[in-house]
Design a protein around this ligand. Sequence first.
Ligand SMILES: [Zn+2]
Length: 266
Amino acid sequence: MKRTYVKHLLLGLGVSAILSSCGSVPVTGRHQLLLVSDQEVLASSLTQYNDYMKSAPRSTQKAQSAMVSRVGQKIATATERYLKENGLEAELKNFDWEFSLVKDEQINAFCMPGGKIVVYEGLMKVVSSDDELAVVIGHEVAHAVAKHSNERMSQQMLAQYGAQILNQTLAQKSSAVQQVASSVYGLGAQYGVMLPFSRKHELEADYMGLIFMRIAGYNPDVAVTFWQKMSSGGSSKTPALLSTHPSDAKRIAEIQKALPQIKAKY
Ligand SMILES: [Zn+2]
């Protein structure tokens, strides 16, 4: 009897530990599993970002670099404004924005936790306006604001180590973080091999990205034609952006559904 009680108590503690590791996504309010502290996510992503930037050749295209900075800065300002106006000022300390265009022919872009935005020259060849670039940057920034990296790391840690991860010491947890970090960011040891975002994260990043670009003064309607253009692909190769950010008819339908409501509200 007593033993059963203790067992239940322990189970209860485990559950409450998991509950206390929950967060909720700004804008959508969805509950998510966050086992890693913001500081740890920022430290591990910054290490990977700095390593990447050490070897990444910067673009010499002046006009395109300026476009990346201009659009990136406007999206960053809009995002901060959204967070401030919605009682999420505490999140601002997690961002130290940087905008870079790198010499790489892949059609790709990313935003690391902490607001490190990187656009590849290859993407600039298919982007025909500031509005279209804002679709991509808004989407990437949304992944960072929604802490999707943390959530992916947490899910992987739970899958790899089981619920015992919750009871591990900080040092043990840190080494687990290091192990899963490279597959989540795709910039470290397994360079170029990044796990694709789940459909849930993609749709969430689309929705939030549209809001951020709207607040920044861009036209979110172009998101529909931009993703159509990306997925129909003029070239034979699938853009790298789509292999980590899968796109399909459902995604475009969801964007179309959300647009009138977003334009009315923001
Ligand atoms: Zn995405």
